[in-house]
Design a protein around this ligand. Structure first.
Ligand SMILES: NC(=O)c1ccc[n+]([C@@H]2O[C@H](COP(=O)([O-])OP(=O)(O)OC[C@H]3O[C@@H](n4cnc5c(N)ncnc54)[C@H](OP(=O)(O)O)[C@@H]3O)[C@@H](O)[C@H]2O)c1
Length: 240
């Protein structure tokens, strides 16, 4: 029986590459998204991967969404918490809403989704959870107290849940990407991006598939002895 995996935010950007890499590894994938229906439809037509729409910041929606995936595809063996947003601004300009939206989506989403699938993984004695953190959660970033705090929280969440899953065959790891060529980075002003790339030792942005290969390894049978770790994939920009 093929493993079943959920990739949140799996219909575009890094998430799309992760959905494809897991599919290539033989996993039956459910890719979730928030609101971009046209992109999700195009993704499903092109890849054959089912897309499901719910907000990862909504606890009840995550429980209901995961139950629907189980009903349609089977018990969930793999969870990749990839959905994430930015609402940048210095603390002088950042509103409470900007803080809360990023915390609820980027960090709250990890809790909501793990809460839905972890009990089943534990019961079946096999599971893989990979949380997508960020270099900016490791090093901090000007204008991102919300994003850096949420991503830093993901790294702590990962290590704590890894301890709860270890005896039951459930591994929990994080990947901390550096700057990857996706819509999220395309939103950064060109002059700022140029300065960022100048600081990356390999001299370029990363590609989504370079993150996806790391996720696929952590989700594989061979990844069973790796848990509680953070894999930095950042072109040498931050050697942690
Ligand atoms: N790109 C980078 O350089 C970089 C670096 C470090 C870490 N990361 C992290 O990597 C992850 C993916 O980034 P990306 O650049 O691929 O992002 P992206 O291109 O902006 O795609 C984000 C995906 O997440 C979904 N999403 C957003 N909010 C959601 C919500 N509340 N509920 C469900 N799905 C939601 C989006 O759905 P819709 O299509 O419906 O909007 C989309 O599928 C994020 O966690 C990000 O923080 C990215």
């Amino acid at each position: 029986m093929a493993r079943v995996g959920i990739v949140t935010g799996g219909t575009r950007g890094i998430g799309e590459a992760i959905s494809l890499a897991l599919k290539e590894a033989g996993v039956t994938v459910a890719a979730t998204y928030a609101g971009n229906d046209a992109r999700a439809r195009e993704f499903t037509e092109r890849t054959g991967i089912a897309a499901y729409k719910w907000d990862v910041a909504d606890h009840a929606a995550c429980l209901a969404g995961c139950a629907k995936v189980v009903e349609e595809l089977g018990p969930v063996d793999i969870l990749v918490n990839n959905a994430g947003i930015t609402r940048d601004g210095t603390i002088l300009k950042m509103t409470y809403e900007m803080w809360k939206e990023v915390m609820d989506t980027n960090l709250g989403g990890c809790f909501n989704m793990a809460k839905a699938v972890f009990p089943g993984m534990r019961e079946r004695k096999w599971g893989r959870i990979v949380n997508i953190g960020s270099i900016n959660g490791q090093a901090g970033q000007y204008g991102q107290v919300n994003y850096a705090a949420a991503k830093s929280g993901i790294h702590g969440f990962t290590k704590a849940l890894a301890q709860e899953g270890a005896r039951a065959g459930v591994t929990v790891n994080a990947i901390a990407p550096g700057y990857i060529d996706t819509d999220m980075v395309a939103a950064v002003p060109a002059d700022v991006l140029e300065k960022i790339v100048a600081k990356i030792p390999v001299g370029r942005l990363g590609q989504a598939h370079e993150i996806a290969r790391g996720v696929a390894f952590l989700c594989s049978e061979d990844g069973g002895f790796v848990t509680g770790s953070t894999l930095s994939i950042n072109g040498g920009q931050h050697m942690y």
